[in-house]
Design a protein around this ligand. Structure first.
Ligand SMILES: [Fe+2]
Ligand SMILES: [Fe+2]
Length: 174
């Protein structure tokens, strides 16, 4: 039986290392990983919290996932895109409004990666690499550097995205 249009759209989009993809293909792959994460766990909560300018934490994380993919493609890095996108989508899974002094952890800049990793581990089954991506994304503010290219890409993309978002120049919104 031929597949319907919606059945085709529902197929997971997986990126492969060594291939240069177009923007819409990268966005489709990010969406593909975000949908099951939104359907379980508390990722949908991150849409309520502002990260930078008018962007929610969720949109910031999607932006970081996108820039991470672009970095890997430009540098020709051989990475597992699925793990990297999932790690990027969950890297700020601290689940509070960091602008609210009553809700925010007193050591938010250095503590939120650990908190995000703990929260994400409670809600999802994470690989070692996904945990590292989340836990080490604030390097060099946190002492231990990443050791895999996926975590390096997300660490770099997070800084680039923060600058772009503060100046309202973000490259993508889901
Ligand atoms: Fe963060
Ligand atoms: Fe971030």
């Amino acid at each position: 039986m031929p597949k319907t249009v919606s059945a085709v759209q529902d197929l997971p989009v997986r990126l492969r290392a060594g291939v240069r993809y177009q923007k819409h293909e990268i966005v489709a792959a990010i969406r593909s990983q975000a949908i099951p994460l939104l359907a379980s766990g508390r990722l949908a909560m991150t849409k309520q919290f502002v990260q930078h300018s008018d962007l929610s934490v969720f949109q910031h994380c999607a932006h970081v996932a996108y820039i991470s993919c672009v970095i890997c493609m430009k540098l020709g890095l051989r990475v597992d895109y699925q793990e990297m996108i999932r790690g990027a989508l969950l890297h700020d899974y601290f689940l509070y409004d960091w602008h609210d002094r009553r809700a925010c952890h007193p050591y938010h800049p250095t503590y939120h990666p650990t908190l995000a990793m703990r929260n994400a581990s409670l809600d999802y089954s994470l690989t070692k690499k996904e945990k590292q991506i989340i836990q080490r994304h604030m390097w060099p503010l946190t002492i231990i550097p990443p050791t895999c290219p996926e975590a390096w890409a997300v660490t770099m993309a997070d800084k680039i995205c923060t600058l772009l978002e503060v100046f309202r120049k973000e490259r993508v919104r889901l």
